[in-house]
Design a protein around this ligand. Structure first.
Ligand code: 13P
Length: 249
């Protein structure tokens, strides 16, 4: 049974005081994690104070990125080992904004995924897609090759700790979500690729999320799809009332 997830991705929004106030406002209203997992990815600076504020609640805190080295002379990077030691057990890797603005390649993302897993972090690996590729009929090749490259070399045991997010860049931050059928098709393609790599049993247990302009209006129709196990929400996760509406969809 795949437990559904509602996860927010705050990106580079909120300061420490705002992050703590947000957690205090939502923490008593979250469902048990056995029913629905709730998570927030926040700027690194906010994570430790958020863990303290969330203590005793089912809210999971996630980093939005990390490096693939545990320590060393890598100015400005965040160590996956230090994240784990600080109580962060989840990290988003390969987000479309990291690929686009920071030129992250599949090779780098694959190294980060392996380093995260080695340090006990569960990665949410994002798989992009563009409207141009969709219209040109190239999305299948694109999605499959991203998954093959980003997850290359992971063992059966490691893949069980990975969550994948299908996030078409034409839907991110545009207010123009993929419709439920398009979103489900992307997630299905990813699950089939995992099945080809690891077999049906593993594929049926890996959770696959959809992200891109998810709102309180479209969440129900997206989550109703069989291959969509949850959502990764940007803009509409920034307001505590809206986030709780998404959680209680
Ligand atoms: P929006 O919900 O703002 O489109 O952002 C989606 C996203 O990038 C989640 O990672």
């Amino acid at each position: 049974m795949r437990v559904p997830i509602v996860a927010g991705n705050w990106k580079m929004n909120k300061n420490v005081a705002e992050a703590i106030a947000f957690v205090n406002q939502i923490k008593a209203s979250l469902p048990p994690a056995s029913q629905l997992e709730t998570a927030l990815a926040a700027p690194t600076l906010c994570l430790v104070p958020m863990i303290e504020a969330a203590e005793g609640s089912p809210l999971k805190l996630m980093a939005e990125n990390c490096y693939y080295k545990d320590a060393g002379a890598y100015t400005g990077e965040t160590s996956p080992r230090a994240l784990y030691q600080a109580g962060i057990h989840h990290v988003i890797l390969g987000h479309s904004e990291r690929r686009t603005y920071f030129h992250e390649t599949d090779e780098l993302i694959n190294k980060k995924v392996k380093a995260a897993l080695k340090n006990g972090l569960c990665p949410i690996v994002c798989c992009d897609d563009t409207m141009g590729r969709r219209v040109a009929g190239k999305k299948v090749h694109w999605v499959v090759s991203r998954i093959l490259a980003d997850l290359h070399g992971l063992s059966d045991d490691e893949i069980c700790h990975v969550t994948i997010a299908y996030e078409p860049s034409w839907a991110i931050g545009t207010g123009d979500s993929a419709d439920p059928a398009q979103a489900a098709e992307g997630c299905y393609l990813i699950r089939q690729t995992i099945a080809d790599m690891y077999g049906d049993n593993v594929a049926n247990n890996v959770r696959i999320l959809y992200g891109g302009s998810v709102t309180t209006v479209n969440i129900n129709s997206l989550m109703a799809k069989q291959d969509i196990d949850g959502v990764l929400v940007g803009k509409d996760s920034l307001n505590p009332t809206t986030f709780l509406q998404l959680v209680n969809h």
